[in-house]
Write a protein that binds this ligand. Structure first.
Ligand code: GLA
Length: 399
């Protein structure tokens, strides 16, 4: 859909077709996706992350329902799934509800937090954010649902509280033990800024993206990150295992509390060699994230790019969450002129890379890296030139 009026028009007529016009004019809300510049698999280890919200996202048209406390949800991206109908309260996870479990999980968590929906709700979604590509479509629809509920029913939710509730929906309702990064970035992101977040304290800074002359280019391997759920939870458990060993000799709260020399000194105590490598990634990646944020504030993009590359290598060798497709896309980018840095972004096992590319070489990057990847992998990647965008909010249509 070309522009916001066009999109709104199509969503509105679909909404009225599906749900009628009794609820009055529905309100429009938008939630972004996110791309993480650096700081991967550090959030649940009490370390730092450095993501930004992006202009690709999900929109919702929503209206309260009178005289019923049932919720109806429909996505224009999944027309074949039809409309899901469910009670507004006492919701439980049901496999057959598919994607609708994410928004419904948020309603359940809101209820548990003392914000039950006072009425029914009609919700229509449409997004241009690819799902299962490591750009946080789950966090986006979760935070969007919380924003809708708050916007329509005045729950008075604060930003960080919204992010935490959305994370809880994913952890407890959907069963994916994600950290806080995605929901936080999607809630607190700001136009032209990256979010530098300490995941242990939730202290954060909005850092202006000093990228004059450069663009952030996202490369989609078009390999969905299918293993992400189970392998992700396994990585968490392996880090926990390493931490337990370390606690036999030191009261370490989280791997993110350790410096690299401190970790080297203690690492002999970690018995399992796989857990040792997982923990080494968590510690070195946290340091790289601190260094990268500093480099960006000094406009030292060369250092920033080198840290991105080191991050990818650590995710490949120590954390083992890349795959041939992600490695190919990153390696092709490293050899391309005008590329400051490139690495996988998100949980891994498929999904996307993030690249910082000289503005005037972006088309060449897309052409050459795309052709090289297709030759190697037998399928074409997709590229998005991303702008750092605002967090989820109600949308006022421009006149
Ligand atoms: C997923 C999770 C995040 C984070 C990243 C890896 O996106 O949702 O919490 O752990 O993976 O950095």
């Amino acid at each position: 859909m070309q522009d916001i009026h066009d999109m709104y028009g199509r969503m509105l007529s679909r909404f009225q077709e599906l749900f009628g016009t009794d609820g009055g004019t529905p309100a429009l809300f938008r939630s972004p996706g996110r791309v993480n510049l650096i700081g991967e698999h550090t959030d649940y280890n009490g370390g730092h992350v450095f993501p930004c919200a992006i202009s690709l996202g999900i929109w919702a048209l929503a209206a309260p329902r009178q005289g019923t406390d049932r919720v109806r949800l429909h996505s224009m991206n999944f027309e074949a799934d039809g409309t899901t109908e469910a009670p507004a309260r006492g919701l439980e996870y049901r496999e057959e509800r598919g994607w609708a479990n994410y928004p419904l999980g948020v309603l359940r968590v809101l209820e548990e937090a003392g914000h039950p929906l006072p009425a029914g709700l009609d919700l229509l979604f449409w997004g241009n954010l690819p799902g299962g590509a490591g750009l946080s479509s789950s966090a986006s629809i979760e935070v969007l649902t919380a924003r809708v509920a708050d916007g329509l029913f005045g729950m008075g939710l604060q930003g960080v509280e919204t992010a935490l509730l959305a994370q809880r929906a994913e952890n407890d309702f959907v069963g994916m033990k994600c950290g806080i990064m995605d929901q936080f970035a999607v809630t607190m992101g700001r136009r032209n800024c990256a979010v530098f977040l300490d995941c242990a304290t939730l202290d954060f800074k909005l850092v202006p993206l000093n990228l004059d002359g450069f663009r952030i280019v996202i490369g989609n391997t078009n390999k969905p990150h299918v293993l992400a759920g189970s392998e992700y939870n396994l990585r968490r458990a392996q880090c926990e295992g390493a931490l337990e060993d370390l606690r036999r000799v030191r009261p370490v709260k989280a791997l993110g509390d350790l410096t690299e020399p401190g970790f080297k000194y203690l690492s002999g105590i970690i018995r399992n060699p796989v857990n040792l490598r997982r923990a080494r990634h968590a510690v070195t990646e946290n340091q790289r994230t601190l260094d990268a944020a500093r480099a960006l504030s000094l406009a030292d993009l060369r250092t920033f790019g080198l840290l991105m590359r080191a991050s990818h290598l650590s995710l490949r060798d120590d954390y083992e969450v890349t795959c041939p497709e992600l490695d190919a896309l990153a390696e092709l980018a490293w050899r391309q002129p005008g590329v400051i840095g490139a690495r996988m972004t998100g949980a891994g096992f498929g999904g996307c890379t993030v690249n910082v590319v000289e503005r005037h070489l972006v088309s060449r990057f897309i052409r050459d890296v795309g052709a090289g990847y297709e030759l190697q992998m037998g399928c074409a990647p997709r590229f998005y030139v991303a702008d750092a965008a605002d967090g989820a909010a109600k949308v006022r249509l421009p006149k």
